[in-house]
Design a protein around this ligand. Structure first.
Ligand code: SF4
Length: 468
């Protein structure tokens, strides 16, 4: 029996890799006894898949602590994720139960792990054979996967892509992540993701649309489009940015699905990690014509002072981002702007910070992530002069936080008494936790609503309307 569980550390992009790794294990269910166990600490859990993060030294530390903890419980460890690219071999050598390291984006080691042997066949023979049996194998496997005792919450949703299988663990909450590219061509001085994940590698439009169709057929009604730099989708594969064309294709695919299935609820999609430098007002104007695009703009500006943007290696200026935000506010009535800022970046003066304060006051963003600068030893910025004292950075965060909270409170106030819509994320005795339609899962604020104020089917993942 291969009884395994899984832990995800890090971002949604990492999570997608974990879902493929879980799918990859379950793929062998017709040749081995396999059980997915929800609780990694459970007695029956033999193997724990630890999907690590390595983006910051604090994340690497958390990854090592997690590995040490499950090692001390005697669990067989399968290591994957970003930590693998920046791993500390001495630390790993100290683990007693590390049985496998899954290299980035290649899951072939899993076969040997699950089946206990490496298939001796030569690859071309396998490919030919698989092509021949793909249809029937896919059918049998999907039927089998649908029947296994995977935890009720996600047992029915899998995709078979070429040779890979993915388990959709968010499907019952009504949404799922669609990763359209990996890696990044930018070199922001505070970031080591290009070191960990390599250069921009876009998926083909065909494979993305194929997966969109599978998601829709699995009842997923909100698709989260992610990558490191989504604006640059296609620049590697098609030698030009093809994000708008991709979104137009996804929009048409949803249209076809809705018409063919007469589905009551119209699926939507949201785009993350819009890197603002090559995005133009013309791009934005084309977004206006898309029917299923949620006017949610996730644009990590990171700062508003041009002095700091230069030191960060970010290639845009205030004139560009101001015109951007104003176009969004003027042309997308229910626009929701999500952004993030790093505070305490080397060289940040009081004047730079004041520019940032004025920026958030002026544009009243719906959701802001605030990060205290972290001197990441593997990043270029760690070599920059004029480091900001920790206490000053903390005081600046103390100063900007109430400004942001005041914006959130006034926006929440503006919603009260009005009919809202959203997805049920959890149900309590007399209330339910609802993710408002415009709020991103696991990032933005949810609402807690009394059950009698909700209209619709009160079930996890269902789309309902309610009054705040
Ligand atoms: S855009 Fe910058 S911050 Fe984002 S992944 Fe690329 S290098 Fe890192």
């Amino acid at each position: 029996m291969f009884a395994f569980s899984a832990i995800n550390l890090g971002c949604s992009k990492n999570m997608v890799d974990l879902e493929f790794a879980i799918g990859e294990i379950l793929k062998y269910s017709d040749r081995a006894e396999i059980e997915y166990v929800e609780d990694p600490e459970a007695r029956e859990t033999d193997y724990v898949l630890v999907n690590t993060c390595g983006f910051l030294s604090s994340a690497r530390q958390e990854s090592e602590e997690t590995l040490s903890y499950y090692d001390s419980l005697g669990k067989k460890l399968i290591l994957m994720g970003c930590y693998v690219s920046v791993k500390d071999d001495a630390f790993l050598a100290g683990l007693k139960n590390l049985v496998s390291i899954v290299p980035f984006m290649s899951y072939s080691v899993i076969e040997e792990l699950v089946l206990g042997k490496k298939s001796k066949f030569n690859l071309s023979a396998i490919v030919k054979a698989k092509q021949a049996h793909k249809q029937s194998k896919e059918k049998t496997l999907s039927n089998y996967l649908a029947s296994i005792e995977a935890p009720g919450k996600w047992k029915k949703a899998f995709v078979w892509r070429g040779d890979e299988v993915r388990a959709y663990m968010h499907a019952p909450f009504g949404h799922e992540y669609l990763k359209v590219a990996e890696g990044c061509d930018n070199n922001c001085t505070f970031c080591i993701i290009p070191t960990i994940r390599g250069r921009q590698t876009s998926r083909s439009m065909e494979s993305i649309i194929q997966e969109v169709n599978v998601m829709l057929s699995q009842g997923i009604s909100e698709i989260q489009i992610i990558s490191q730099d989504t604006t640059r989708y296609g620049t590697d594969l098609y030698q030009e940015a093809k994000l708008i064309e991709l979104l137009q294709k996804i929009d048409a695919t949803i249209d076809e699905f809705v018409i063919k299935n007469k589905s009551k609820h119209t699926p939507t999609y949201r785009v993350y990690y819009l890197y603002p430098d090559i995005l133009t007002l013309d791009h934005l104007s084309k977004l206006k014509d898309l029917k299923h695009f949620l006017p949610y703009f996730d644009i990590p500006f990171q700062h508003a002072s041009e002095n700091i943007l230069k030191l960060m290696g970010r290639h845009y200026d205030r004139k560009h981002i101001d015109s951007f935000i104003e176009y969004i506010r003027d042309n997308f009535p229910n626009s929701f702007i999500r952004t993030s800022f790093i505070i305490g970046f080397p060289g940040e003066t009081d004047a730079d910070f004041q520019i940032l304060l004025d920026f958030v006051n002026k544009y009243q963003f719906e959701s802001v992530g605030i990060f205290e600068y972290h001197d990441e030893p593997l990043a270029a910025s760690s070599k920059l002069p004029n480091k900001v004292e920790e206490s000053i950075a903390k005081n600046r965060i103390k100063e900007i936080t109430p400004v942001l909270n005041a914006v959130y409170d006034s926006k929440k106030q503006a919603r009260s008494g009005k009919i809202q819509s959203g997805y049920i994320m959890d149900i309590k005795d007399t209330s339910a936790i609802i993710r408002p339609q415009m709020a991103a899962p696991e990032i933005d604020d949810y609402d807690e609503i009394a059950l009698d104020k909700i209209t619709g089917n009160i079930e996890i993942g269902s789309h309902v309307s309610y009054t705040l």
